[in-house]
Design a protein around this ligand. Structure first.
Ligand code: P6P
Length: 332
């Protein structure tokens, strides 16, 4: 490493401990919860890396609650995160893309509820494209030890106490915020540890990428079509991996906008509010960016259903503002 002058950042554990010391009121449960998520991420990362060898690629042969074909690794990831969060003791309930209803744990001391997409973009596994886990952490509203209520799990994104994603790619990462900036950790499998590699990420004010599935162009609202054409006329590059975490991560670091507008197939957008959009919206706002549904901040939307979908425009503030203005103007 010396020759390459590679800077190995602080390990995740020590970073969390130091941050916890900075927050005297912090009692350590949130820190432990982040460690539990990081641990499950290591296990899922290993399963993904070996999926081709272990014969766990491909479809499970059944559908999830969304009616989408489940991949074997979807199930493995879902089980891993549920187990880690259940045994970690800090979480009293979770909602997951892979579960129809609320999964309640018998953790009477659990202060938190978690919303998670255990493995987003899993249809890309077999073609070796980066995929990810997306998570949001909320403090439960009802008293500890009581029955979980729907108010606990249907909270606005503005109530998140932490959020992040794991990116399983050429190098695997954990990126998260606890409301005081965004921090990226790169996973070193040979050491089994995450090391700080991206300290206090700030997304560029304006960007040079737009990410959207133009196959649905003719079913987009007029304002979206107008914005996309404006991007093309101004020489903005089109980059669309088709894996939300990978597209988001590139735009977060380099500047850009990711759009999943309403389409004829998905009249409310494809992406889910509770366990995809809210986490990414918290992260991007913490990094200086913006996230809207084309009209309002994602984090202000009051969820009414665990699996509700929303259109998503997220990334560099200048780009998101421009796209949102066009949509709002067209709607008026
Ligand atoms: P489309 C993957 O299924 C996913 O949820 C996101 O990861 C991704 O950005 C999007 O859907 C891709 O959807 O309709 O463009 O294939």
């Amino acid at each position: 490493f010396k020759k390459l002058n590679l800077q190995i950042g602080v390990p995740l554990d020590r970073f969390i401990k130091k941050k916890q010391d900075d927050f005297p009121y912090a009692t350590g449960e949130l820190s432990q919860l982040l460690r539990d998520i990081a641990l499950a991420g290591k296990i899922v990362n290993m399963a993904i890396g070996k999926s081709g060898l272990l014969g766990i690629e491909g479809a499970m042969g059944k559908e999830n609650v969304q009616g989408e074909e489940q991949q074997k690794l979807d199930i493995i990831a879902n089980q891993r995160f549920i187990r880690a969060l259940k045994h970690g003791g800090e979480v009293s309930a979770i909602i997951s893309e892979e579960e129809a209803g609320v999964i309640e744990f018998n953790n009477p001391d659990g202060k938190y509820v978690v919303a998670i997409d255990p493995l987003d973009g899993s249809s890309n596994i077999d073609v070796n494209v980066s995929i990810g886990t997306i998570f949001s952490i909320y403090r439960r509203i009802s008293p500890q030890g009581s029955e979980i209520t729907m108010d606990d799990v249907l909270q606005k994104g503005d109530n998140q106490v932490a959020a992040g994603y794991l990116l399983y790619g050429s190098s695997s990462m954990l990126v998260f915020t606890t409301g005081a900036g965004v921090f990226g950790f790169t996973y070193e499998p040979s050491l089994g540890e995450y090391f700080l590699s991206h300290n206090n990420i700030e997304t560029p004010e304006d960007g040079s990428y737009f990410s959207v599935n133009e196959g649905s162009f003719f079913s987009f609202e007029e304002g979206v079509q107008e914005y996309i054409n404006e991007c093309k006329h101004s020489g903005v590059s089109a980059r669309y991996i088709g894996s939300l975490v990978a597209d988001f991560h590139r735009n977060l670091l380099k500047g850009g906008i990711y759009m999943y507008p309403a389409t004829s197939k998905y009249p409310n957008g494809k992406l889910r509010l509770c366990y995809e959009c809210n986490a990414l919206a918290f992260l991007i706002e913490q990094a200086g960016g913006k996230a809207t549904d084309g009209h309002q901040r994602i984090l202000e939307i009051q969820p009414t259903d665990l699996h509700q979908r929303t259109p998503l425009f997220i990334g560099s503030p200048v780009m998101v503002e421009t796209a949102t203005e066009k949509l709002t103007k067209m709607a008026d």
